[in-house]
Ligand binder design. Structure first.
Ligand SMILES: Nc1ncnc2c1ncn2[C@@H]1O[C@H](COP(=O)(O)OP(=O)(O)OP(=O)(O)O)[C@@H](O)[C@H]1O
Ligand SMILES: [Mg+2]
Length: 305
């Protein structure tokens, strides 16, 4: 079964007198159970809008097919769907006047977690998120990174089968980022499906097997991270020149201080490159494209010359 099924979802923001904006445009996603799955896309791609529809905070456009968490429809079976889902939103939201422990106690009540389970679960979560020594502190007194940890704890309190994190590592320090990655891996090993959005491509490379790239509300690429990298890397020779202000071979494009040449036949095109640039060629290589480059090519139609 899929942990998340999105079928032809659309969301149009209407704020007259401005023209309506289709932030999510007939988008479909099928995310298998058991994965750590990356949702990537530039600012304004529609990721958070999609997540708001998934958690029921935003109503999809009427023509939307359906959104299901496992087999529960988020519109028609909202309460059951919510029990299966934990969401960590992008914006930091905490209950300022409550202590860390009280916040978690309150949320576990909302999800109907039994008392005995709460007493066990809350300290466990606080421990694993490095918040144990803050349990009696008011949420408002926590640092930004600690507030984010508290939000993650809140999302996990009812042991959801699907956890969605909207940019969990934006603005957090290196040690917390590592801790969040560790936690994601741990939860996944225990059977939780995890979907997260990020702008850090390194994160997708490190954590997920598969990913979807969205732009302007539409899916523009989906598949296994490794395969997407390969697809974009197989046919490129990257090289550096001593003197770059020279005439270039047809098809060569500049990427920062380097140049790239797409090729059909590696050996033949390498010879062509050596013949053309001769002693001006400083170095060359043929390697897997970084996800960074893949992303730019997908969302901006290629690296800028
Ligand atoms: N409440 C709203 N009213 C009107 N327009 C909105 C609203 N929320 C988002 N938008 C617009 O919808 C588009 C998608 O925004 P969204 O927040 O879903 O993008 P995102 O992919 O999460 O971006 P980011 O990576 O910056 O978080 C943007 O153009 C945004 O300005
Ligand atoms: Mg967002």
């Amino acid at each position: 079964m899929h942990a998340l099924t999105v079928e032809n979802a659309s969301k149009t923001y209407k704020s007259p007198p401005r023209p309506p904006l289709k932030a999510v445009d007939n988008l479909s996603l099928h995310i298998p159970e058991g994965q750590i799955y990356g949702l990537l896309g530039p600012n304004g791609a529609g990721k958070s809008t999609l997540i708001s529809m998934i958690c029921g905070a935003l109503k999809p456009d009427p023509e939307t097919g359906s959104i299901r968490i496992f087999d529960k429809d988020v519109v028609r079976q909202t309460d059951q769907a919510k029990q299966l889902l934990g969401i960590v939103p992008q914006e930091i939201i905490v209950e300022p006047a409550f202590t860390v422990e009280e916040v978690l106690y309150y949320f576990s009540g909302m999800y109907g977690v039994p008392q005995a389970e709460r007493r066990k679960r809350i300290p466990e979560l606080l421990e694993s998120l490095g918040l144990a020594d803050k349990q009696h502190d008011k949420a408002r007194s926590l640092s930004g990174g600690m507030k984010r940890r508290l939000m993650i704890a809140k999302a996990l309190i009812h042991k959801p089968r699907l956890l969605i994190l909207d940019e969990p590592t934006a603005g957090v320090d290196v040690s917390l980022r590592q801790r969040i990655w560790e936690l994601v891996r741990q939860l996944n090993a225990q059977g939780t499906t995890v979907i997260f959005t990020t702008h850090y491509l390194e994160e997708a490379e490190q954590l997920c097997e598969s990913m979807t790239v969205i732009n302007k509300g539409k899916v523009i690429k989906e598949g296994k991270v490794k395969e997407i990298q390969q697809e974009f890397s197989q046919n490129i020779i990257s090289f550096e020149l001593y003197q770059s202000e020279v005439e270039h071979l047809a098809g060569v494009r500049r990427v920062g201080v380097e140049f790239e040449l797409p090729f059909r036949d590696l050996v033949q095109d390498m010879r062509g490159l050596l013949d053309f640039y001769g002693d001006n060629l400083k170095s060359f290589r043929n390697e897997a494209a970084s996800l960074e480059k893949v992303f730019l090519q997908l969302t901006e139609g290629g690296p800028t010359p």
